[in-house]
Design a protein around this ligand. Structure first.
Ligand code: F6R
Length: 240
């Protein structure tokens, strides 16, 4: 796995965005997946700017969501849907059929998994996936110990993930489960971009690079493919 270290967060986001732009310019109807959470927010801004400047055109691109908190929807501040729409989809002119995103408010999570798996089956494999790294090394909501052979599925959230979630919601919410693309789907992507920013991620970034590839730290699993790259800023690289 190649590691790219940027000076700061804006440069990191430009570098990550370039992966998506290159992918879409090479294949306008590419299937793209970008994580929610804080880390990719600058990537969304860079991609919106690139479209406004005519450096990329998402008119035919397909987008699939990475994950969602079960029980939360668009009206819930900090849900993946709320964040990704606010910072990205609402700023592009996309048709509904270009987006497949988990409905966290579903009363039938299994059917929801089948729906998203079906979409990926139709449009996939994912051409470019941009992943953040959880404080416990999760990717998507694939928590430590996640099975390697899973597609979309429902997950019991790790206590660390539940604690960290307060930063999105601004308050403690009763989130116990998530719904996520599984490791099998993620690792089958043609281009995997793992990104991290800031000193608080330095330790898990070092573990990702130096610990053996195993589902004990899911982010280490991207090392098992040549199709993956790690993008970090100086602060996140400080323990490497
Ligand atoms: C969010 C997601 C998570 C986050 C990870 C890092 O959709 O899939 O795996 O990428 O928890 O979160 P941030 O970027 O907020 O530090």
């Amino acid at each position: 796995m190649k590691t790219f270290i940027s000076q700061d967060y804006p440069q990191l986001c430009e570098a990550v965005a370039k992966n998506v732009i290159d992918c879409v310019n090479a294949k306008p109807d590419a299937l793209i997946c970008i994580a929610g959470g804080d880390t990719p927010l600058g990537v969304f801004a860079a991609l919106v700017e690139a479209q406004q400047q005519g450096r990329v055109d998402f008119a035919r691109t397909q987008f699939v969501g990475l994950d969602e908190w079960l029980g939360l929807g668009n009206a819930d501040k900090g849900s993946c849907r709320e964040m990704v729409w606010k910072h990205f989809f609402d700023k592009l002119t996309l048709r509904d059929e270009q987006i497949c995103f988990f409905d966290g408010l579903t009363d039938n999570p299994q059917a929801e998994c089948q729906r998203v798996d079906g979409y990926i089956g139709q449009h996939g494999p994912i051409d470019c996936i941009v992943l953040g790294i959880g404080m416990n090394g999760h990717i998507g909501f694939n928590e430590p110990g996640a099975a390697l052979d899973m597609t979309c599925h429902v997950i019991d959230l790790d206590p660390i993930t539940q604690t960290v979630s307060v930063k999105y919601f601004g308050t403690q919410r009763d989130v116990k489960q998530g719904i996520s693309l599984g490791l099998k789907t993620i690792l089958a992507a043609k281009r995997i971009v793992l990104m991290a920013s800031g000193e608080k991620k330095a330790s898990i970034v070092a573990d990702t690079v130096h610990q053996p590839a195993s589902n004990a730290i899911p982010s280490t699993l991207v090392k098992t493919t040549q199709r993956a790259s790690l993008y970090v800023d100086n602060a996140a690289a400080s323990a490497l």
